[in-house]
Design a protein around this ligand. Structure first.
Ligand code: SF4
Ligand code: SF4
Length: 403
């Protein structure tokens, strides 16, 4: 005789889920079309049908520790085929948004990242900080828009050694520690997954390092997994990869500048490359410009895709627009800072650079609570999925759907 299980729904959780992108979850009538159609769903306990019912029933514990929401690449094949317009792809994205909100302390930042009404706080913190520096330096230099030998030199107003570098150094430590906490929390929660999540008879665990290398090679560097999706993802694919490599280029540039300056004698050989302001033909400057162009290409593709999306199949949440908005801010103010510096127009160059500092701060300091945090969290989940045996099978013939 089967045993009755009493479910205690968390109705507040359902409401929160609806507010971060899962507003159509109640439309699902459990036909399982989505689980059958999903090209990435494993045969044992396939997704996203089970997540739809867990969400309807407010089963928070099952959803927040669920590794499957990270296996989904949001291709929207399931949402296109859902006969009820329940948008299961958006539901999985909403669960990921909930994770960004609550995974690591201070959860107040997660709360601020979830609604436009908190945008003044998120912008206000760096705006006040850099304005204070600007006012103090302007008082010392006797001008709000100083020139050095007729040129705009940002380091003159915002000295790297005393303002930019210490602030971003502390931010980097804070972000790295927050990600460490988030990754450990996720990893430990995945360990509570039931055995039925494991595909086949997997007794030997694949070494974590090997899983990490495979994930970076097969999923991140090439986005090859997206080819398994049935839908045409060309626009999203180009947009994602352009952004990824744009950020990689800018990360290399920032690292060269930082290491050449702070790395002491060991990295002294980098000094000619990392000295700022750079000549336009410096290889590091050329790489920075390539990175900026890649960001613009990626942003254009991804923004156009969201603007043209059919709202009955896929709706964009505030998390999507916040991230796109901040990256647009970083890219446009970065390019503007360079143009107005070269044109020696201090009255425009300094305000644009000030906005650039605010945008970069908003991108980096709140990273563990933003959608861009998926770079770390999804990688963690994909590594665990391979390590534990919770990985999609390669061929259609191997798929046995248990619903
Ligand atoms: S296809 Fe739609 S209605 Fe059917 S189970 Fe999936 S979400 Fe529910
Ligand atoms: S969005 Fe794509 S990957 Fe995600 S559940 Fe739906 S079909 Fe699967």
């Amino acid at each position: 005789m089967s045993e009755a299980v009493k479910i205690k729904p968390d109705l507040q959780f359902v409401k929160e889920l609806q507010s971060v992108g899962g507003e159509t979850l109640k439309k699902c009538y459990q036909c399982a079309t989505c689980s059958v159609a999903c090209p990435l769903s494993p045969p044992e306990n396939p997704f996203p049908r089970k997540e739809m019912i867990w969400a309807q029933w407010g089963m928070k514990d099952r959803l927040v520790n669920n590794i499957d929401v990270w296996l989904c690449h949001n291709c929207q094949t399931c949402s296109d085929l859902c006969p009820r317009g329940a948008r299961p792809g958006d539901l999985l994205a909403a669960i990921r948004n909930m994770t960004y909100r609550k995974l690591v302390p201070p959860v107040a930042i997660g709360e601020w990242m979830s609604s436009p009404k908190y945008l003044p706080i998120l912008m206000g913190i760096p705006a006040a900080l850099y304005l204070l520096i600007w006012i103090i330096r302007a008082g010392i230099l006797g001008s709000f828009f100083p020139l050095e030998d007729g040129h705009v030199v940002y380091g003159h107003l915002f000295p790297g050694d005393f303002t930019i570098d210490p602030i971003f150094g502390l931010v980097a430590v804070f972000v790295a520690y927050s990600f460490y906490k988030g990754v450990m929390t996720m990893w430990n929660s995945f360990k509570t997954l039931p055995e039925t999540f494991v595909v086949g008879e997997k007794k030997e665990k694949t070494p974590i390092l090997q899983c990490l290398v495979d994930v970076v090679k097969e999923e991140i560097a090439t986005h090859a997994k997206w080819n398994d999706c049935g839908n045409d993802n060309t626009e999203r694919y180009i947009g994602h990869l352009s952004l990824l490599y744009g950020f990689v280029a800018l990360f290399i540039v920032t690292s060269v500048v930082a290491v050449s300056h702070w790395g002491g004698k060991i990295f002294h050989f980098l000094a000619p490359l990392g000295h700022t302001p750079m000549s336009l033909i410096s290889p590091v400057k050329l790489l920075a410009n390539v990175g900026a162009i890649l960001l613009l290409v990626g942003l254009t593709y991804l923004t156009r895709r969201r603007v043209n999306a059919d709202p009955s199949k896929s709706a964009s949440s505030y998390y999507d627009w916040y991230l796109l908005g901040v990256i647009w801010g970083v890219a446009l103010t970065g390019i503007g800072s360079e143009i107005f510096r070269l044109a020696s127009v201090p009255q425009i160059a300094y305000p644009v650079y000030y906005l650039h500092l605010i945008s970069v701060f908003m991108l980096i300091a709140y990273l563990p609570w933003s959608k861009l945090g998926h770079l770390v969290y999804r990688t963690t989940a994909l590594v665990y999925a391979r390590h534990s045996g919770r990985v999609p099978l390669k061929t259609e013939e191997d798929k046995i759907f248990i619903v």
